[in-house]
Design a protein around this ligand. Sequence first.
Ligand code: PEP
Ligand code: CO
Length: 448
Amino acid sequence: MNDWAPTSWQSRPLLQQPDYPDRRALEEVVRELSALPPLVTSWEVERLKGKLAACAAGEVFLLQGGDCAESFSSCEADTITAQLKILLQMSLVLAHGTRKQVVRVGRIAGQYAKPRSAEREERKGVSLPSYRGDLVNRRAFTTADRTPDPRLLLKGYERAALTLNFIRALVEGGFADLRHPEYWNLDFVQYSRRRSDYEEIVRSIRESIEFMENVLETPVDKVRRSDIYTSHEGLLLYYEQAQTRRVPRREGYYNLATHFPWIGLRTSDPRGAHVEYFRGIRNPIAVKVGVTTTDEQLAELLEILHPDDEPGRLTLIHRMGLDGIDEHLPRLIEVVRRSGKTVLFSCDPMHGNTEIAPDGHKTRHFDRIVGELERAFAIHRQMGTILGGVHLELTGEDVTECIGGARGLGTDDLARAYETSLDPRLNYEQAMELAMILAHRLRNGDST
Ligand code: PEP
Ligand code: CO
């Protein structure tokens, strides 16, 4: 790694970055951010890497989920608690289905920067920079709000720290509430045609919660703090660079802004700045692959990002869409097989299934999300590989952003509680239902 440094990405082609008008202010912020304490530790990062290695081997299952984009204004107790609750409850349902430990990773405490398809947005003849997430600029369509502001990097780091601090405190204090049936909002079960399957799952979870505690590594109400990990798309490389550190008694550099950063689909060019940055950090990393990822590109990514075939190091999150998965997943699995390397395969059934509803809202259909997941399990089974995780956009709150699910949300419902700042998320009930469908499948022979 002699030819790598936390700044070496700066000489590579760089996509999806804001154009900061005040370079000096940016440099100052990066300096300040580089001196602030880390958000996570290298031993947590290494521990997660070990768990992800177990996921790749089919011994543990990865549940990764959270907002498409966190916003600074939703850094609130209720929102964070709801997010934690949905991840924990889904993980119990999945552990029940898989009979495996589930490792939970939030898209949380740093998921503030977004890739955009257009550099600029036009409205009524006015052209301004696109909104790129709260880490970069603000949503309101004014020149002042849309001009990239480097101070938001510091604010993002602080919001991430506040979020993580609260998560650690909650987890430390124990989620005793998980034991109480009234904390599980499962009324939706009665509206589903799969009602009896779900009721059986709920009943047996309730009955076996004591047993679950023995299967899980720790009691459900004393989840160890490091048992919730953080992740975000490592998009804004000034932010990532500033949190990249050496630590005593370990080799190399760690990104200590998050446990598990990933490379988005749009920035996964093997010769680009993002891949250059990611190759040098010791964290477990993920890369999104989709229908546009070529065989050659994936082969190069495996070489560059996963040269030593270190267990747990590389996760491939495939996001093909229900229409693309049959054609494209098998060829990418073949590329991995030819490389002789081991990766963790995880399925993101969200980003390939986005559509625009007649009223203009971006949405996703629950059945297509479930459909892609089912195809993913089937294809991996046919090819003799393991689907070791899922990657979801979800919220613990009662929003109306995705359609379908037990309550049959339709396009008419979208306007009622459409709150996402970018992509549509599964709401609490849809997320729980998805976990139950997976648990039911996994329980009934569709083993991972
Ligand atoms: C995302 O995860 O929010 C995202 C932008 O995904 P992708 O890079 O797969 O398009
Ligand atoms: Co998204």
